[in-house]
Design a protein around this ligand. Structure first.
Ligand code: SF4
Length: 445
C-alpha cells in the first residue's frame, strides 16, 4: 500500500473530473422542461430557496425565450445564481419542494434551467445591474467568498465603494477551494467572480489576511463599516491517538490541493478511509476514488437516517464505488515507521436525541480494524476561534455572535455566512451577504 500521485493518465483525469451534470444543448431542450412548470401561486420552490429566487418567473421567462430577463430575475436574488445552480443540494431545497413531488412525478429540473440562463449571461457578459453614482462611503469586506462577494455586489449597486481583503490569491471562497472539481471547475469559479466584480466599485486585495497583513483597528479607522465574511477553517480534529501520523489529512486541504494544484500532483492512498458523511466528506471520498484510490470507505457514527448529506450525494459516492459503514466511529489510527497502516473503529448504536434533534451515537465497546494507508478527516470544520478571540469579537466557540442587524459587539463591524453559522450551504452565505449589505446601508446612512 502506498500514497502516490500521478496514478492515472491525463485522459483518465479529464474523464473522471468531467462535469457531472451536462447542461441543455439548446433552448428547445430547456423549453421542454420549462413548459412543464405549473407556475404555482405562492410557489413552494421559491419559498424553499434561502435567497428567494422567483423560480416560476424565471422559468416562465425561459419558456418565452426571454433569457436575459430570466438571468436578471435569478441574479437579482442571488448574484452567485450560476454557481449555486451547480452546487446547491436542490433535492432538499427548491426541487425537493416542487409540487410535482406530491404527484409522484419528476420535479422541474430548476437547477438545470437556472444554469442554462446564468451561463449564457456570464458567457455574453450581460451587464444586468447598474451601479448608482458613488456616495463617497467606503466599506471594507474581509473574505471574497460567497458572503463577501454578495455583500460587496449589493453595496456597490447602491454606490458604496467596497474593498475586499482576501487571504487567498483567488476569490470565491469555498466555491473555488472547497467543492469537488466535477461540480464546478476552477475556471468557472474564476469567471463567476470576475462576472460579479464587473459591476465596478469593488476592489479586491488578494493575499491579505486579517490579523496578519491587516488589522481590524486599521479597517475600522479607514472605512465607514466593516463586514466579516471569513468563513470557517480546517477540518475538526478527531482527537484520537495516531492523528498526527503521515497519511492523515484534512478533507478541506485535500480538496483545496486538487483544485489549486491539479489532479496529477495530489497524492492519494490505495485504501482510503473518509471520516464523516457531509457534503465535504462525499466530495473528498468521490475525488479520492477519481484520483485512482483502489478502495474508499466512508465511516459515519450514525445511520443513513441522520446523515447530513442528501440521498443524491450518497448515490454519487456509491456509484463511484465508495463503501459506506454506518454506526462507526474512528478510535485509533495505527502506523508503522510513522505512516498510517490501520484504522481501529468503534461500533456504535443510537441513543436518545441530542440538541441537534438527531439520535446520538453511543459506543458499544466493540471494535474492528480496517487496513488503510490514508485517513481523510471530514467531520465538520472549526471556526477561526483564536482569530475571533484576538479581535475581541463576541462568539460562541469561535462562531461570531451577531444581532438581528448582522452587527457584532463592535460598533460598525458586521458579519455573516459560515463565520457566524459554523458552515452551511453557499446559497445561505449569499443570503447572509445580502442581509449584511442591507444592515450596513441602514447603519451608514
Ligand atoms: Fe414550477 Fe414546481 Fe415551482 Fe410549481 S413548485 S412553480 S411546478 S418549479
Amino acid at each position: 500500500m502506498a500514497i502516490e500521485n500521478n496514478r492515472l493518465t491525463e485522459q483518465q483525469y479529464e474523464e473522471n473530473f468531467a462535469d457531472i451534470h451536462p447542461p441543455y444543448e439548446n433552448i428547445t431542450a430547456a423549453k421542454v422542461d420549462a413548459n412543464r412548470c405549473l407556475f404555482c401561486y405562492d410557489a413552494p420552490c421559491m419559498k424553499s430557496c434561502p435567497t428567494s429566487i422567483d423560480v416560476p418567473k424565471f422559468i416562465k421567462q425561459i419558456s418565452t425565450e426571454n433569457i436575459k430577463g430570466s438571468a436578471k430575475t435569478i441574479f437579482s436574488s442571488n448574484i452567485m445564481g450560476a454557481g449555486c445552480s451547480k452546487v446547491c443540494p436542490v433535492e432538499k431545497l427548491c426541487e425537493g419542494a416542487c409540487v410535482y413531488n406530491l404527484l409522484e412525478e419528476e420535479p422541474i429540473p430548476i437547477a438545470k434551467l437556472q444554469r442554462y440562463t446564468t451561463e449564457i449571461a456570464m458567457k455574453e457578459n450581460w451587464q444586468l445591474f447598474e451601479r448608482k453614482p458613488s456616495t463617497g462611503k467606503k466599506v471594507a469586506i474581509v473574505g471574497a467568498g460567497p458572503a463577501g462577494l454578495s455583500c460587496a455586489h449589493a453595496l456597490s449597486r447602491e454606490g458604496i465603494d467596497c474593498t475586499i481583503y482576501e487571504k487567498e490569491n483567488k476569490g470565491g471562497g469555498l466555491m473555488t477551494y472547497g467543492i469537488a472539481a466535477y461540480k464546478v471547475t476552477p475556471q468557472f469559479c474564476e469567471d463567476e467572480v470576475n462576472y460579479i466584480l464587473s459591476i465596478g466599485g469593488i476592489d479586491v486585495k488578494y493575499n491579505q489576511e486579517l490579523g496578519k497583513d491587516i488589522t481590524l483597528a486599521q479597517l475600522r479607522k479607514e472605512y465607514d463599516a466593516v463586514y466579516l465574511g471569513i468563513g470557517v477553517g480546517v477540518a475538526r480534529h478527531l482527537d484520537i491517538p495516531g492523528e498526527k501520523l503521515e497519511g492523515v489529512v484534512d478533507a478541506i486541504s485535500f480538496i483545496y490541493d486538487i483544485r489549486a494544484k491539479g489532479f496529477s500532483t495530489v497524492p492519494v492512498g490505495d485504501k482510503v478511509a473518509v471520516i464523516g458523511m457531509g457534503m465535504t466528506a462525499i466530495d473528498a471520498a468521490t475525488q479520492a476514488k477519481r484520483l485512482g484510490a483502489k478502495e474508499v470507505t466512508m465511516l459515519y457514527r450514525r445511520t443513513q437516517d441522520e446523515m447530513p448529506c442528501t440521498e443524491v450525494e450518497l448515490d454519487i459516492a456509491m456509484l463511484d464505488g465508495c463503501k459506506i459503514i454506518w454506526l462507526t466511529a474512528p478510535k485509533e489510527v495505527k502506523g508503522i515507521n510513522g505512516k498510517v497502516t490501520e484504522l481501529v473503529c468503534s461500533k456504535m448504536k443510537l441513543g436518545e436525541p441530542d440538541t441537534s434533534g438527531r439520535r446520538s451515537p453511543i459506543d458499544t465497546g466493540e471494535t474492528f480494524t480496517l487496513d488503510v494507508d490514508m485517513v481523510i478527516k471530514a467531520a465538520g470544520q472549526t471556526p477561526f476561534e483564536d482569530l475571533i478571540e484576538d479581535l475581541k469579537i463576541q462568539n460562541l466557540k469561535g462562531k461570531i455572535t451577531i444581532d438581528g442587524n448582522c452587527s457584532t459587539n463592535i460598533q460598525g463591524v458586521f458579519a455573516g455566512g459560515d463565520a457566524v453559522n459554523g458552515g452551511k450551504e453557499v446559497v445561505d452565505a449569499v443570503q447572509a451577504g445580502k442581509d449584511g449589505a442591507k444592515a450596513i446601508l441602514d447603519y451608514i446612512f
